[in-house]
Design a protein around this ligand. Sequence first.
Ligand SMILES: [Zn+2]
Length: 302
Amino acid sequence: MIKSCIFCNEKVIYNKFFYKERQDLAERFKNILDVSLKIFTCENCQFSYCPDVSKKDLDKFYAEFYINKIERNQNRFVEFNSRFFTQVNYYINHCKLNKGLRILEVGPNQQGILPSIKIFQNKVTYFYYDQIDINSKHDDVHKLGSYWDPHKDKLPEIDLIWMSHSLEHIHPLDLDQTIKSFYNALAKNGRIFIEIPNDIANLEFLLPHVLFFKKEGLIKLFQNHGFKVVAISSINEKNDTIEKNKPTKISDENNNSNFFLKTYLFIQKFLPDRLVKKFAFSHFVKNGPYTSLPIIRMIVEK
Ligand SMILES: [Zn+2]
C-alpha cells in the first residue's frame, strides 16, 4: 500500500517492517499496544515511523508502565552505570563539558545522565521532564514537568540536550516541532547527544517505539533542521564479527547475571565505599559497553 510521507510528501510504503507482540507486556497493555499498527518507510527521508498510534494511548502506557517501576535496591556509585558512563565517555571524547553548562535531559527515568556527568563537571544546571521524579541528591536540578508539548510549551535556554533512548519514543506528528524547539532553545554551538536502539539492524519492532532510524536517516533529519554532525557511531551492528562469535544462549546468561546482580545489590550495602567503588568501576571496565544489542550514538551541533 502506498501513502504520502507526513514529512516530505513523497510516496512511502508500509509493508516493509511489522510490529512484534511484546511477550512481557502483551497481557497488561493489550488495548494500548496494538501490533496491527502500520510502520511506514520513506526512502526519501530514509527512516521509518508509525504515525497512526494515538498520543493518548501512548501517554496512558507510560503513566502506567513507570508507576510500579521504582527499584528498592539502588546501586551505589550509580555514576558508573555502564550505559550512562560510556555515553559520557563518548561525549567527552568529542566535546568539552564546560563549567556552567545548562543541560536538558529528555526522559531520564529514575537516574539519567547527571551522576555520570558530575564525575567530569560538577558545575552544571540540570533540567528534565519525565513522568517520574529522578532520584537525585544534587543541587541545581529542575523538573520542568511530566510531559512537554513542543506545540505549546517553551524551553529555557540550554547548552546541551541529552536524549538517551528517548528519540524513538517521540510521536511522528511531534518530531519536526520537537527538533525545531530544541534548535531554538539551544545557545550558539549548543549540542544534542542522542542514543537510540538500532531496531532496523536488529529487525525488532516493538511498541512503544514509533521512530526507526538507520545512520543515514538520522543524519539527514538533523541536517535538514540546521544541525551539523559532530560524531556518529553505529555500535554492535549485526555484521560485527564480535556479534557473530557470541554464544546464542542469551536467556541463561541473563538469568545468571540477574542473580549475580541481585546478590551484589544486596551485599554492597554492607561493604565500605572503597571496595564497592573499586568493584563498580572494574566491573564496568571488564564488561565494556552495557549492551550487545545494536545502538546508534550521535552528537549534533547548532
Ligand atoms: Zn519522507
